[in-house]
Design a binder for this molecule. Structure first.
Ligand code: LLP
Length: 421
């Protein structure tokens, strides 16, 4: 994405606007998939990272499946034509109603608690199921996104696997997959291998005659910070495939090797374009105010995440140090603190980089500011993918959802009756 293109996009669609480079996503998918020399490789993109329809359609064309975590995810995957057999459902803490809703779609359920497995077994004996095991490997870029170990809510603990086997056998469930996900942004090169060994031990020890695949989740790191080294996916891919090959030959069957990358596939392809509207000198700090905010890109505030920021309008400006803030009435509304940047002036366009994963997708309309537009680029052309609502559109939507008709609230438009006090 050249600076001229980003400036042209901002010119055409205004700001704030997310831009996704679909060619970059294609290249990243190819890089990932070709790192594993395994005929039964399956990549199920973790669509929680970015559910933009063009991003999903691009990954579908590349041959990707989907890791879904809500009925909404499944509905979106179905609407875009993903094959049911290419979708895996890894939600946690679901209701019985949700379980039945998903079972009716035919999507394979990945179950991560004994309680849910018992209820599933009772309702759907003899059916296919995947089991999510807690790998007891603790890793991830931030405490909030480590999913292994006993301090997290995810997966069946290894010591409970005996109980699982009892439920499975008594209900005649077909365990077709075993799954683990260690965390997001894995920091240690051997975490995946250690987690794989745990799952492979269980596969070897327990008798799951219908086993078709092992799913080792996502978590492949993106180097957000300048001093961070990128992961060597080719080397990781070789090590993982070698280990899996040894396992399969000992196991006696060539199983599927599944992964669920999210941020590795889409983070780098995205930028959020924001416009600088206010520069303020605050006793030695230079505050740079923009027209977006943390509800539109929450990672810095939520995970202390670092995103590169480029000054598109003044790339060669003299360096200065800036607090780059949003327009939300909260002190923590910062995209970057004390960031050294080429001089920022009022009216400049900034691009917040590596914003293609867990940015728009985690967004909301706090302070009643509509979410940014989304624009996609491919082969040097760009187009609008999702529009930015006007504040009036947003308010009209909320009032409609509140049963508002001509300024009055019509409860019959909701559920027809007020709740008893
Ligand atoms: N599979 C499962 C079961 C997951 O829970 C996740 C992410 C993934 C795959 C994909 O992980 P990835 O490859 O994207 O690291 N909002 C956080 C990340 C949360 C990840 C949650 N689960 C962030 O912005 O860093």
């Amino acid at each position: 994405m050249t600076q001229e293109t980003l400036a042209a996009i901002a010119d055409r669609y205004g700001t704030p606007t997310y831009v996704y480079d679909l060619d970059q996503i294609r290249a990243q998918y190819t890089k990932f998939a070709s790192a594993f020399d395994w005929p039964k490789l399956k990549v199920c993109y973790a669509m929680k990272a970015n559910y933009n329809r063009d991003v999903l359609a691009t990954l579908k064309d590349m041959g990707s499946g989907i890791d879904a975590v809500s009925p909404g995810d499944i509905a979106m995957a179905q609407a875009l034509g993903f094959d049911t057999k290419d979708v895996i459902y890894t939600a946690n803490n679901i209701t019985d109603a949700e379980m039945h809703e998903i079972a009716a779609t035919g999507v394979l359920m990945n179950i991560g608690s004994l309680s849910r497995l018992e209820r599933y077994a009772k309702a759907y004996p003899g059916t296919r199921v995947c089991l999510r095991i807690n790998p007891d490997v603790v890793d991830g870029a931030h405490d909030k996104i480590k999913t292994g170990g006993d301090l997290t809510k995810f997966g069946i603990l290894t010591e409970d696997v005996d109980k699982v086997t009892a439920i499975v056998h008594s209900a005649g469930l077909k365990v077709v997959g075993l799954h683990e996900h260690t965390g997001s942004g894995l920091q240690k090169a051997d975490s995946v291998l250690r987690a794989m060994r745990r799952i492979m031990e269980i596969a070897t020890r327990e008798n799951f005659p219908d086993l078709e695949f092992l799913d080792f989740g996502g978590g492949f790191k993106v180097d957000y910070m300048p001093e961070e080294a990128p992961i060597n996916i080719e080397k990781m891919g070789r090590e993982i495939t070698d280990l899996f090959r040894q396992f399969c030959s000992a196991y006696g069957r060539e199983l599927g090797l599944w992964f669920e990358p999210g941020k590795y596939l889409t983070a780098r392809a995205g930028s959020l374009l924001v416009l600088v509207n206010t520069i303020k000198q605050n006793r030695g700090r230079t505050i740079c105010g923009t027209d977006s905010g943390f509800p539109q890109l929450i990672r810095p505030m939520f995970y202390d995440a670092w995103h590169r920021i480029d000054n598109i309008s003044n790339p060669g400006g003299a360096p200065g140090v800036y607090d780059i803030c949003g327009n939300i009435c909260e002190t923590g509304d910062l995209f970057a603190a004390e960031r050294t940047m080429p001089e920022i002036r009022e009216g400049d366009l900034l691009a917040i980089r590596d914003a293609g994963a867990y940015c728009y997708a985690m967004g909301g309309t706090y302070n009643l500011r509509p979410m940014p537009a989304e624009v996609v680029m491919e082969q040097n052309t760009f187009r609008l993918s999702r529009k930015r609502l006007t504040p009036a559109d947003l308010v009209a939507l909320i009032l409609k959802e509140s049963g508002s008709v001509n300024g009055q609230q019509d409860l019959t438009a909701l559920d027809g009756r007020p709740d008893a006090a």
